[in-house]
Structure formats: C-alpha cells, structure tokens
Design a protein around this ligand. Structure first.
Ligand SMILES: *Cc1c(COP(=O)(O)O)cnc(C)c1O
Length: 369
C-alpha cells in the first residue's frame, strides 16, 4: 500500500515512474543488464544522459548559451563549489548573499571560507507590513532593498526556503549574475534565464532521487575556477566532459530522466505551475479559514512547495502525527527549528493527496477542537 508522503526530501515520486524503473531494473531495453551495471561511457548510457539533458532543456526552455550540468555533492556541496568556481570570475573575490531562511544562511556561511562575502538583504528580523508584525524568516527581502556591490562576482538567492516555507521567484534584472538555489521548487514553475545566470537544485525533491544536483549555468561564467578547486568539481571540466569527468551517479541521472518524461506527459512546467497553485491554494485556504491551525508566513511569500503549519494547541502535536500516520499521511512533522507540521507538496504530490490531508485535518479538528 502506498501512503501520501509529505516528506521534505527525499520525497515521493510518481508511482508510474517507480513502476517503470522497477520494470527496467534487471534488463534495461533488452540489454540484459540494469542501468546501474552499465558503463557510463557506453552508447546506451550516453543516450540516457543526453536525453535527460535534452528533456530538462526543453522543460525549462534553457537558452543555448547555458550549459546543463549534472553535478555531484548535492545542493549543499555547491555552497562551497560555487564560490570556488565563480568568486574570482572578475578578480574581485567578492560575492553577495540574500538571506531568507535556513538554506540561504547555510550557503552564505560556507561561502565565507572562500572570499569576501556580504549580506545584500535579509529577512532575519521582524518586519511591519499590512498592519502586522512578521517574524524573522517568514517573509522575503524585497529586491528594491537589496544592496549589491557592483563588483560582486555574483549574488546568491534561494527561491524557496524549504524549512521556513517562504518562496520568491520574482528575480529582478541585475548587472551582477544571480545564482539561485532552486532545490525545492525546480520544475514547479518557469525560470527566467534572462535574470538568473546560474540555477542549481538537488534532484531529490522535485526531480527524482538524491545523488546529483541539476545545474543550469551561463557558459561565460565557466572557466574562472580558483586553482585549489578540485578538478572533478570544476564546472568547466564537468561541462567539457558532458557531466562525466568521473563516473557520475548514473542511476540518479536515469531517475531524473524518467521524472522529466513524466513531467512532459503531465503537460510540462506550465501545467505543473497551475497544478501546484491549485494544491497550495487549497491548503492555505483551509488553514486561513481555520481557528484550530495556523500558518505564520506573510501571504505574499508563502511557498507553493512547503507548507508549514501549527496546531494552536501544541499539546495535540503528537496525537496529530500519530493519527495522520495511521491514516496513511506520513512525514508531516515540521523541521525542529520551526516546530509544528510541514506538508511538502512537490510536483509528484497530486491534488488528491492534498485533499486527503485537508479531509484528515478537518476530521481531527472536529474531534479535538
Ligand atoms: C534540500 C535543500 C538543500 C540541501 O540539499 P542537499 O542535496 O541535501 O545538499 C539545499 N537548499 C535547499 C533550498 C534545499 O531545499
């Protein structure tokens, strides 16, 4: 029996995708072997890789002057690899960071080991807006307030803060290249590559399984790595070798490829954007109408992917989680830094799963409210 899995990552995959992987597990397309037993340099595997890249390019309309890389080290690996590859791009050794929650703070802290890092904007303090006070990390610093050094090698932002449940995709056009951590909202909506010069994402939330980061990077930003950057993590080397400088996580690339095909069958990114809007609107609408549950994120910046919520009576948290699990709704416990609950509703979660959660929450409130 399959459950509705609300895990923040790794997270649920479409049953269709898992069933295809299972059917192809021991004999991929009549080769008599599994993808994971296949040379990464073989014609068959190169075909799998090439198709994954082509499909990702098509789904996100990635322009030709961008490279698409499958990089190891996950998303957090890039926190160090990005400065190693980019911070000396213009010789300045400077990079600026917008802080909007746990993940962007982590990225910024790691980068400090490699250069002169400055905070361009932060939501790490309370903000008065709409006649209310919004707590730190429950809103997003507006671009008009960003203070970006003109000689910064890049500006880093995180477009979806997975832990806080804060999302912001309206990146402005800047002279400094914008690097975006899109780990938890990639392929859930379009990316404007005239404004974002590097987008990267661990694959395990919206695009398959762990093991790789997907990266779209404007080609002119390649080739400026610091001498001490490991060769296998020099993005220019990775691009030159078509993401096979060394043996890549072949199965992770294959699984991402199956996810891309599934996304195409759903109607692509535009269809996912509409579906994700419907899912998150249903859940936020329910939370806002309730006296029993609450979401504390500023409405303009609520994530369509990760919906944190609190029970007003927190002594019911354990009971809520126990009964949710028994009802086949799993992994709803919120991150320890936020508390309460979190429903992660990435691409693979259908509206039906969100509706099942709302039905359970309605019934739980009726019994305990
Ligand atoms: C999950 C996540 C990460 C970390 O990903 P890893 O692949 O585990 O390193 C980084 N940034 C964001 C926004 C995330 O959601």
């Amino acid at each position: 029996m399959r459950v509705w899995n609300f895990s923040a990552g790794p997270s649920m995959l479409p049953l269709e995708v898992l069933e295809q992987a299972a059917a192809e597990m021991t004999d991929w397309h009549g080769t008599g072997m599994s993808i994971m037993e296949m040379s990464h340099r073989s014609k068959d595997y190169m075909g799998v890789r090439d198709e994954a890249e082509a499909d990702l390019r098509a789904l996100l309309s990635v322009p030709d002057d961008f490279a698409v890389l499958f990089v190891q080290g996950g998303a957090q690996g890039q926190n160090g690899l990005l400065p190693l590859n980019l911070i000396q791009r213009n010789g300045s050794g400077k990079a600026d960071y917008v802080l909007s929650g746990s993940w962007s703070v982590k990225s910024c802290e790691e980068a400090q080991r490699y250069g002169d890092i400055r905070v361009a904007g932060t939501s790490g303090q309370a903000w008065q807006d709409q006649g209310k006070e919004w707590a730190p990390w429950t809103w997003f610093p507006e671009p008009s307030q960003w203070d970006v050094r003109p000689d910064a090698a890049y500006l880093h932002v995180c477009t979806n803060e997975t832990i806080g449940g804060v999302e912001f995709n309206d990146i402005p056009k800047l002279d400094v290249p914008v690097v975006a951590d899109v780990s938890s909202n990639i392929l859930s909506c379009p990316i404007d590559f005239s404004r974002v010069s590097v987008a990267y994402a661990g694959a395990q939330k919206n695009a398959g399984m762990s093991g790789i980061a997907l990266m779209m990077i404007r080609k002119d930003l390649l080739g400026h790595a610091m001498d001490l950057c490991p060769s296998a993590f020099n993005y220019a080397n990775i691009e030159k070798q078509q993401s096979m400088f060394n043996t890549p996580p072949t199965y992770s690339i294959y699984m991402a490829g199956l996810m891309f095909k599934w996304l195409e069958r759903q109607g692509g990114v535009a269809a996912m954007q509409a579906r994700n809007a419907a899912k998150s609107e249903a859940l936020y609408g329910f939370l806002d109408a309730s006296e029993f549950y609450t979401n504390t994120v500023h409405p303009a910046y609520r994530s369509r992917m990760n919906v944190p919520f609190l029970l007003r009576d927190q002594s019911l948290d354990a009971l809520f989680l126990e009964q949710a699990t028994a009802a086949g709704l799993t992994s709803l416990k919120g991150h320890k830094s936020v508390g309460g609950m979190r429903a992660s509703i990435y691409n693979a979660m259908p509206l039906e799963g969100v509706q099942a959660l709302i039905d359970f929450m309605t019934e739980f409130e009726r019994r305990n409210g």
